[in-house]
Design a protein. Structure first.
Length: 147
């Protein structure tokens, strides 16, 4: 796993329930805005359908490094916070590091303790969609004629 994400995971895992909620809200506030060049591309192909809140993910590969951009509504601070954790923890990571993020990330950082099952399912969808987008980008790069 990427070192930046590992530090975030450790911080959240060591926090008590109330601190974890406060940290999640802080992450929500610090999600970088979506670059203007991507705003026009907020469409079904970038939307995380598994999540009730409108979350959009964008992945770009530069060599073996991943650039990750996302948009999530401020009115959904838990979702936005988790998305921000992924952006801050994985932006600039290698595609191998992104793909190696364990699927139990949400449990490891203690979000199952503070969120309902429906919200957890949506966050699981965000992580799955991120990995799928990285895989799709790798496949397109390997065979540009296939898309």
């Amino acid at each position: 796993m990427a070192a930046a994400l590992e530090l975030i995971v450790q911080e959240l895992a060591e926090a008590d329930r109330q601190e974890r909620i406060e940290l999640l809200i802080d992450f929500a506030k610090s999600l970088p805005p979506l670059p203007a060049r991507l705003e026009a591309h907020k469409d079904a192909s970038h939307r995380v359908e598994e999540c009730q809140s409108p979350v959009y993910l964008f992945v770009e590969l530069e060599g073996d490094k991943v650039s990750l951009y996302a948009d999530a509504p401020i009115e959904a601070p838990t979702v936005r916070g988790f998305v921000s954790i992924l952006v801050q923890g994985l932006n600039g990571a290698t595609y191998e590091e992104v793909l190696s993020v364990r699927n139990d990330l949400i449990e490891r950082i203690g979000l199952t303790e503070i969120l309902g099952m429906l919200r957890v399912r949506g966050l699981t969808g965000v992580l799955s969609r991120l990995k799928a987008a990285v895989t799709r980008s790798l496949m397109e790069r390997a065979d540009p004629a296939a898309n």
